[in-house]
Design a protein around this ligand. Sequence first.
Ligand code: HDE
Length: 690
Amino acid sequence: MASEDIKTSAGNGGETHQQAASGNMLTTNHGVPVSDNQNSLKSGARGPTLLEDFVLREKIFHFDHERIPERIVHARGSGAHGVFEATDDISDLSKAAVFTKGEKTEVFVRFSTVAGGAGSVDTPRDVRGFAVKFYTREGNWDLVGNNIPVFFIQDAIKFPDLVHAVKMEADRAYPQAGTAHDTFWDFASLMPETTHMLMWAMSDRVLPRSLRMMEGFGVHTFKLVNSKDKASFVKFHWRPKLGIQSTIWDEALKLQAADNDYHRRDLFEAIDTGAFPEWELAIQVFDEAFANAQPYDVLDATKLIPEEDVPLRVIGTLTLNRNVDNFFAETEQVAFLPTNIVPGIDFSNDPLLQGRLFSYLDTQKSRLGTTNFHQIPINAPRCPMHNFQRDGLMQTMVPKGRANYEPNSLAAHGEDGGPREAPAGFATVDAATGPEETGDKLRIRSETFADHYSQARLFYRSQTESEQAHIASSFVFELSKVGLLDQVPPRMVANLRNVDEDLAARVATGLGIPLPNKAKAAREPFDMPVSDALSIHKKMKNTLEGRAVGILIADGTDAGELKSVVTAVTEAKGKAVIVAPKVGGAKLSDGSLQKADGQLAGSPSQIFDAAAIILSEAGCAAMMKEGAAIQWAMDAFGHLKAIGANAAAQPLLAKAGVEPDDGVTDVGADFVKAAAKRFYDREPKLRTLA
Ligand code: HDE
């Protein structure tokens, strides 16, 4: 019986030792039947437990070792399976099979926050990881990116300092999952190369509404290599089909209180209900001549290439269509390696990327405990894998024969000689991929990396007025959390004067400190033409697709009005979620009982993209005595969302301080149109922004 329950793989690690899930008799890990899973073995009914109870000991022993070290960074993550389909022929650029037009490749994606621990919240102000493992027929390709196209530092040697500074402080172990503290800003203000990334990190990019509505970036310059070994430089971009959408700071803060797992739940539920999230993979391709002509270095990960200079070319679609079966086995054990590339894709000399090539392999050994982590099903290639690496902890493959070295002449004696080197043309890292600079051994930073401010300025000046106000306000908020280190806020503002004088002045005023002298720049910044692609607001998609509308009802709500709003939202591809004071439901005007999807106090309006309020006069009077209902309307308004309310619900809006504007409608067709948007113009009337 027990042996039937264990499937043993053919040998490449694809399906190793997976326990069948259904209809089994309970056994120990060694297949011995367990007849009593409730009581330990004792000497007498009230006597001591016996050491010989191997069932108890095995169970507790295994439990004691269930956790593995969490990731040093990106510990909190959510994963899903999917498929990548290549949609354009780029064989002139890359020979990689994954890019063959029409080719479908299985993928696993893990999204993450960076600073917080595995149990931290989903919506802090933080960069998001966007890591994709493509199980291609030529081996695994891992594109381990972020939702921001640049990074804090230029050289891998600074990474441990950056991470130590950003994570909870060493003595007090707080704050969790956020940059708003002394050590982060101390480091950032002393390292002007962080400035460009800081602009992104203070923007709403780091407050995504959903993992399904984030862009992703490979960050580094990579290379594509074609069948003639001709190399081109490339940057990878993921573009969400639902459009990019972020929350605002007050909303993100309240989301932490409403739902720690807001993003994880949103992703899981979307996939579970068949609303599969999709992204386009797009590339920016350029050559050495272009690279050499830019005022920045394409090997510097603190720089981007404006889309206006090198337009994006869409080459494929990623669809996430299957949730994990087991979080630990898949999402926790997945091991991404930037070193996983396939023939047709290559590294550049970006010094940050070069450092990553060591770090990830190394960290997996520490996390997963063995050099054989590639045999764990989620990490195993889907194509055959043969080599002479042997043994090690947790070896699950059983190689046959004597061939564990090469060259060998075992085949001449009729024995299996094992695999041989791939013929020319299959090679990856040893392909000739174009000229690159090498020279004397120098512990040095290239002069071409010296400008730390021009692209920070480009980013800031490419934002809308409202986005700029959010950036300035975030700097004020974060720097106001710096406690003991008085020199840090002025030092940061001194750096910001190199980015934009107006920004620096707003931050200084917001902090209530005098404007410090401008920091000396290693290289004087210059103006670049504004890039609309860097703004969220300028390219937001006004749609209800993938979004949710909360509909607040109470006893007495008009059944017809409710039905028409639900229908209109659903027809616009939105999700209608009914909220009532009691989850059991509300009695509608026609006497029917309408079940609620969420209870009012547990379903605050921040978890929705727009809010409808449909009440009877009596229902409204009752809701006006209900703090959660008043807050519901107040927050929807404060978070710049559309609010549709019927005539009887108006007194509640008045009590919540909702003032008329384009986003405040009745519950007719105007509401559904408004619900697809956010009303950023409303904000200056509601709160002081820097
Ligand atoms: Fe990572 N990074 N990183 N990183 N990173 C890790 O690897 C590291 C960097 C990124 O969902 C670790 O498996 C160094 C840039 C993502 O499992 C570790 C440097 C970018 C994930 C590590 C960087 C990233 C990681 C921790 C500077 C965007 C999560 C656990 C040289 C392009 C992957 C692990 C997942 C995870 C090291 C910089 C993205 C310690 C040394 C730049 C998305 O190996």
